[in-house]
Ligand binder design. Sequence first.
Ligand code: TLP
Length: 361
Amino acid sequence: MLSKILGNGALTMPERVDLRSDTVTKPTDAMRRAMAEAEVGDDVYGEDPTVRRLEELAAETLGKEAGLFVTSGTQGNQVAIATHAGRGEEVIAEAESHIFLYEAAAVSAIAGAQIRQIPGVAGALPPEAVAAAIREPNVHHPRTALIEVENTHNRAGGTVIPLDNLRRLREVADRFGVPIHMDGARLFNAAIAAGVSAAEFARLADTVQVCLSKGLCAPVGSVLVGPRDFIERARQWRKRLGGGMRQAGVIAAPGILALTTMVERLAEDHEHARMLAEGLAEVPGIRVDLGRVQTNIVLVDIAGTGLAVEAFLASLAAEGVLASAFGPTLVRFVTHRDVDREGILRALSVISRVVKGGVTA
Ligand code: TLP
């Protein structure tokens, strides 16, 4: 299949194929126009009509009462966690969750809570393990204040957390009276892959953070949604963290287009990821679990190539193909709107050449 894809090599080569992350996507022309034309006001006074529209749209799309525009996925998660959990409390999260690995220990630094890591199955928290981890009242124990789920799960390879798993987690959460926060940085990818609405997933969590600036191509921002009173408390946490923005309509306007015009096209990114993964699976020494390639992330193990990750990435970069190190032998590729089919073919061609020829950089 790889030889079929690569053919005789007579491809028109694009300059750079940036597969490090979908965060690198540039705003569309329509987004730039919307930014220039956005109606604005002082959002700390609640007077920016565009921000309000985005917040209402996100809440409605996800089936929640209210929304809060935040600067980033990290701010959305941390504002949510600080609103749910306090000093000396515990947050249950998957062992390789973004909030644990990649948010600079913000759960302890900001909320003052600790994370209880539970190993997942392809990113999904086993409901029995979560039930067993919820603390009994005891002078020695912290209170379990929150269960956090990540959908899609980044380090598991962009896997979709199945609705059935979330339903069972919901039952556990309700049984013990513990809320669920969903890090839905890529929730729309999950929805497109599963063929259901994002609201179907969001319904099973109390609060949800969705990113506008990843595959949806907005330049900045995320929205946190949940019950109205929760969002009002979260608004104060956002202010406390310096996230009270003023004429933020200029950055909310492209967010509106992200939600209304960019969701369906994520299917294309998923097709490209599948094509990349199937091609990589045929490169000797590269291992990829095709079952985990469900959305726009392709995680591969290059141990069998004998190449070190840094040298492998440097050789790729020398030919304009960028990817991320995700562990001592792991490399992550993320597809998105700014890499087309040609770009995927170019990446495959460069990767197979680098693996065959050894490191060149
Ligand atoms: N993830 C980034 C890096 O931080 C790893 C990426 O390139 O994937 N939740 C999840 C699941 C994420 O993947 C990310 C970003 C965030 C939250 C944080 O979003 P930002 O970068 O907007 O703070």
